[in-house]
Design a binder for this molecule. Structure first.
Ligand code: ATP
Ligand code: MG
Length: 345
């Protein structure tokens, strides 16, 4: 090399980040603190894949597939409104990548029924949805499908809420067993839990969720936010504003801590709440203000995005095409490792 030649620097391969959401409704504050915020922060550093999990959503919505169809664009609009950039992140629809379903079928051999029954999140959801005897094979095996989602893209990092940790654990086991049996093809993923692993619902339930209908949505208007906050669950033992109240674990203060940027105000409210010198109404009114301040720019951007459905569809079709290439490449490696890469004359 002469001194005048610029050295050729090999581009560093970025690690992959894979994550997704079920199109069972628009996204809420729990999605933001549990996963979306990390995705936005990390999309520059990782090659990012975001899947809209319609196949997974069908496992408990198979009687109402139209709900999923209605929500796909809503979810994309939420992504773009919070700052996910389709130039940096590949956004795609799960059912349009048949390789994922194919992979899941092979993985099913690596998982026992007993193991599936032990999954704590699946157990909770069976309980919550009253499925018990009615639980389908599709629902029980959705963690295996999720392992296929992650590994089809050789995802190394998976930003998720706490309820998803058992799914990542299950994926790690599948990767370990696959690689041991067939050769080192799959990548072991790691969960990245957001600043609030499991945001409590407005009703005080352990998890804000679309199914429980206890969420504040990124698309809720200012008035809806006000109505929801004003009827939020707080300290049930507190009857009068002069009663000393409990701050720790109180949903209203959990939200203040996460969304109110005026730290002084939050500390003052907490101190007065503990002493019984502030009413729930004032604490809630200040939360309404803080939440609307946080949501205003998101809502504004979201409204503009929803006006251009064609653009949303283009993002999805471009993303799906890109994702398909990556998944097909993994599938090729998987089949080769499993010796089922037949080349018939
Ligand atoms: P559904 O009720 O249909 O299951 P959901 O509200 O649980 O909907 P999902 O689409 O299942 O939302 O979850 C998408 C991602 O958001 C997952 O990584 C999940 O862990 C995370 N998440 C969902 N709700 C919360 C929450 N309340 N706190 C933190 N993370 C959350
Ligand atoms: Mg869920």
């Amino acid at each position: 090399m002469t001194p005048y030649e610029t050295p050729r620097i090999m581009p560093l391969m970025k690690k992959r980040m894979l994550t997704g959401d079920r199109p069972t409704g628009p996204l809420h504050l729990g999605h933001w603190v549990g996963s979306l915020k990390n995705r936005v922060l990390l999309q520059d550093r990782y090659e990012t894949f975001i899947l809209i999990a319609d196949v997974q959503a069908l496992t408990d919505h198979f009687e109402h597939p139209e709900i999923l169809r209605q929500n796909i664009r809503e979810v994309v609009a939420d992504y773009l409104a919070v700052g996910i950039d389709p130039e940096k992140s590949t956004i795609f629809i799960q059912s349009l990548i048949p390789e994922i379903a194919e992979l899941a079928l092979y993985y099913l051999n690596l998982v026992t029924l007993a193991r599936l029954h032990r999954n704590p999140t699946v157990k909770d959801e069976i309980q919550q949805k009253g499925l018990q005897e009615k639980v389908t094979a599709g629902f029980l095996t959705y963690p295996v499908h999720q392992a296929a989602d992650i590994t089809a893209f050789l995802g190394e990092i998976v930003p998720v809420g706490k309820d998803q940790l058992p799914m990542i654990e299950q994926t790690v086991e599948i990767v370990r067993d696959f690689n041991r049996l067939y050769g080192e093809v799959l990548v072991t993923p790691k969960a990245l839990v957001g600043e609030e692993a499991r945001l409590v619902g407005i009703d005080g339930q352990a998890k804000m969720s679309k199914t429980l209908n206890n969420g504040i949505y990124l698309s809720d208007n200012a008035d809806t936010v006000k109505k929801k906050v004003m009827r939020m669950y707080t300290d049930p033992k507190r009857i009068h504003p002069t009663d000393p109240g409990t701050v720790i674990g109180n949903p209203v203060f959990i939200y203040h801590d996460l969304f109110n940027t005026n730290r002084e105000e939050v500390e003052d409210l907490k101190a007065r709440y503990g002493k019984g010198t502030v009413g729930d109404v004032e604490v809630k009114q200040k939360l309404v203000k803080a939440l609307n301040l946080f949501l205003d720019p998101i809502r504004e951007k979201r409204t503009r995005i929803m006006e251009d459905e064609k653009q949303i569809d283009k993002i999805l079709s471009d993303g799906t095409a890109r994702a398909r290439v990556v998944a097909a490449e993994t599938m090729r490696k998987v089949k080769k490792a499993m010796r089922i890469d037949y080349e018939l004359a």
